[in-house]
Design a protein. Structure first.
Length: 323
């Protein structure tokens, strides 16, 4: 009888804990960790810290930002894919990298099976920027200078080989008939530092992390990768004006491990939507050149499903490798 009672008590405790984890009213029950798979200072890091602070204020639980750079964001993503599916461990990253990676790497996780999409947080276009040492101020001048240098320019790959910034640089070079060397970085912050210092010459990088340095006059802005010109920089041309159909950018998404209860995912999604609608956050995002996204978790999942084969086709057509 004592053994039966003990087993019943243990089973009841497990069921109670499970119910507790699935009840959105009790979430979060401990600190939340947001893994950013890039170094501090980049677009994902900036957004994670903005959102984390507001979550802490609203829920009274600390939100810890854990920078885990490496392997084009795949190292940090893998940590979250293998974490407990209770909503307390999340990853915020440029999911453009996540949908490109299956075509370039043998991944330790499956993008569609091992994550629960929570929210597409924001989109910001890439900025095509050059060091102040590069004697070019327009796309045409940059292309002419790159051709004259015959492969001597160094392109900063802001989030590692195989990342969205790598894909943007390769596509831009191939469509313009130019060559440059690729210098991989674990994240955008160090890449921007080296662009400012002239150690590298050119890069595509998310507007959130790059535009403040443009405004400060530390680097030169050549073009923007959005479909239309940005209201903050109406005189800056889009890349598509000279290369029709060229559209890239930083798609920042929040994901949880697969198996995270839907009630918890929905609560996280609602909180991200609330935060990105706050006047001070909207103003901050607009200043940084980011647009909040209204994608639901299901819509975000559908986006991932459609983008993975689309990116695989581009990688194949453009003969892009992670080398």
């Amino acid at each position: 009888m004592k053994i039966h009672f003990l087993l019943s008590a243990l089973l009841g405790g497990v069921l109670s804990l499970t119910a507790h984890a699935q009840n959105p009213a009790t979430f979060p029950s401990k600190p939340i960790k947001i893994v950013v798979p890039f170094p501090a200072g980049g677009t994902s890091d900036v957004l994670a810290r903005l959102i984390g602070q507001k979550m802490t204020e609203a829920w009274g639980q600390p939100v810890l930002i854990d920078n885990k750079p490496g392997s084009s964001g795949n190292l940090g993503a893998d940590l979250v894919a293998k974490a407990a599916p209770d909503g307390h461990t999340l990853v915020l990253m440029d999911v453009g990298n996540l949908v490109i990676s299956p075509a370039l790497f043998k991944l330790p996780f499956n993008v569609l099976n091992d994550f629960a999409p929570v929210a597409m947080v924001a989109y910001s276009p890439h900025l095509l920027a050059v060091s102040s040492k590069v004697p070019a101020n327009t796309p045409a001048e940059l292309v002419a200078y790159a051709k004259a240098q015959k492969g001597k320019l160094n392109y900063a790959v802001a989030a590692g080989m195989g990342s969205a910034s790598h894909l943007a640089g390769v596509t831009y070079a191939q469509r313009n008939g130019i060559e440059w060397g690729y210098m991989p970085y674990k994240g955008g912050a160090q890449a921007i530092t080296d662009l400012i210092g002239g150690q590298v010459d050119v890069m595509f990088n998310g507007m959130v992390a790059t535009y403040p340095h443009v405004k400060a006059g530390k680097i030169k802005l050549i073009a923007i990768s959005s479909a239309k010109r940005n209201a903050q920089m109406p005189d800056t041309p889009t890349v598509a004006e000279s290369l029709p159909g060229f559209l890239t950018g930083s798609f920042q998404g929040l994901l949880a491990p697969a198996g995270t209860p839907k009630a918890v995912v929905d609560k996280l999604f609602a909180e991200v939507q609330r935060i990105t609608a706050l006047p001070d956050i909207k103003e901050r995002l607009t200043t940084l050149g980011a647009e909040p996204s209204a994608m639901t978790p299901d819509q975000f999942g559908s986006w991932l499903k459609s983008e993975i084969p689309a990116m695989a086709k581009i990688v194949k057509d453009e003969k892009i490798t992670a080398d």
